[in-house]
Design a protein around this ligand. Structure first.
Ligand code: NZQ
Ligand code: ZN
Length: 391
């Protein structure tokens, strides 16, 4: 194992009924003023009963509620500024984010921006910054599994004016508590459930396909997690209310992004960088964008990391190695991944995401970062090639 320092400040409370059992007490003990900011997305929580359960818990805690609603998928910096204003105007002492990755990410940024006088985008997302003050305390209630945002300090924000979607991970933005009731995810539309599951798989693959490749605990854990996501996603597609599958998917998503599997690894998240810029220009769905890009990107890099891709084929997809060369196995691993993506109904072309020749793919490719980490450093020309092959 390479050297590392590990800490995760989020306390995870997991399981059926956890919101009812713990939320009221957590609001009472962690809200620094009389007011909790209840933040959510486009309204799914009002249809599935989650809103009622949450507001009842806040009421029981004796705190007042201020609402911050309408957080969109791929949250924008403008929305972050709206939330920061609400926090200041209402003297909010705790932010309660109820939703998927978009709501959680937006609220992490709000918790920082509300306590920062300057331009939070420029100083913390445009470039890496130093948080030398206390952000507003944050508790998250996860309603959609996938991003793993609940147990890290990462917040992916889109600056619409600059056409940049970027994420930074600040340990100070880790939620204090993450409440995870898998039954809350039952109402997630199947298409979004699959997209979230693939996002989780992508997080693991982006980390797995990076140095070091000698035996290490992180790679071993990742192989188990990848097999789990594949198994549980298939089961949840068959029966969306399969508690075993949904609870596993929820924790797999968290495990993929709570920094445990990244220990000692040098991942570059290049496919995510490409997807984020695609999202900045087209507002496409995150997991679906990744599903289209991954096989094509891996066809470009797998020969440079053939040994690891061959291991992926045998350990994750159970492909028998006998009589096959490393290169052949590596290719088979990538093609089996591509068939899996197609088989579970994810899109396989950018066209299905509304992207076509009229989209300025060159501008998107040029705006992507090319960073070392995985087996091959991309160039802007090669990223453009990948985008074109994805059409
Ligand atoms: O807005 P509402 O009405 O709540 O509907 C949402 C939204 O339409 C719906 N939904 C969520 N829970 C539901 C539900 N519908 C019914 N029942 C429920 N229980 O699902 C839709 C998608 O939600 P969203 O939060 O946008 O999806 P996701 O969790 O995939 O988050 C995507 C965002 O997270 C970023 C992505 O880039 C994207 O902006 N990421 C964040 C990461 C992090 N912080 O660590 C890492 C990821 O790589 C990713 O980049
Ligand atoms: Zn992701």
């Amino acid at each position: 194992m390479n050297n590392f320092i590990f800490e995760n400040k989020t306390k995870a409370i997991f399981g059926k009924g956890c919101v009812k059992e713990y939320l009221s007490c957590l609001c009472k003990c962690n809200c620094e003023t009389d007011t909790v900011l209840l933040a959510y997305g486009g309204g799914s929580i009002k249809k599935n009963g989650v809103y009622d359960e949450i507001t009842a818990a806040i009421e029981k805690s004796g705190k007042r509620v201020a609402e911050f609603s309408g957080i969109m998928s791929n949250p924008t910096y403008a929305k972050v500024q709206e939330g920061a204003r609400l926090v200041r105007e209402n003297n909010v002492g705790l932010i309660l984010a109820v939703g998927g990755g978009s709501v959680m990410d937006c609220c992490k940024a709000v918790s920082l921006a509300a306590r920062y006088e300057g331009d939070a985008w420029a100083d913390f997302w445009g470039r890496p910054g130093v948080i030398d003050f206390e952000p507003v305390p944050l508790i998250v209630v996860v309603t959609a599994a996938g991003t793993g945002s609940e147990m890290n300090g990462g917040a992916v924000i889109t600056n619409e004016e600059l056409k940049v979607k970027t994420g930074r991970d600040y340990p100070q933005l880790n939620p204090k508590f993450a409440l995870m009731d898998p039954t809350y995810t039952y109402s997630v539309p199947v298409r979004q459930m699959i997209s979230g599951g693939f996002d989780t798989l992508s997080h693991i693959m982006e980390t797995y396909f990076s140095a070091p490749d000698e035996p290490n605990v992180s790679d071993d854990i990742m192989e188990a997690l990848m097999r789990g996501v594949i198994r549980d996603l298939r089961a949840a597609i068959k029966d969306p209310e399969d508690y075993i599958a949904r609870s596993n998917l929820m924790w797999e998503a968290t495990m993929a992004e709570n920094r445990v599997i990244k220990l000692g690894k040098k991942c570059d998240f290049e496919c995510h960088q490409m997807e984020h810029q695609l999202g900045a220009y087209t507002n496409c769905n995150h997991g679906e964008g990744l599903a289209v890009l991954h096989p094509v990107y891996y066809r470009h890099i797998c020969e440079h990391g053939a040994k690891k891709f061959a291991r992926f084929a045998t350990k994750v997809w159970d492909i028998r190695p006998e009589g096959r060369s490393e290169r052949e196995l590596a290719r088979m691993g990538v093609e089996t991944l591509a068939s899996f993506i197609k088989g579970i109904g994810l899109p396989t072309t950018l066209r299905e995401l509304g992207v076509d020749e009229s989209t300025d793919l060159k501008a998107i490719a040029d705006s992507c970062a090319c960073v070392p980490g995985a087996y091959k450093v991309m160039t802007h020309e090669e990223i453009l090639e990948i985008f074109r092959e994805c059409l």
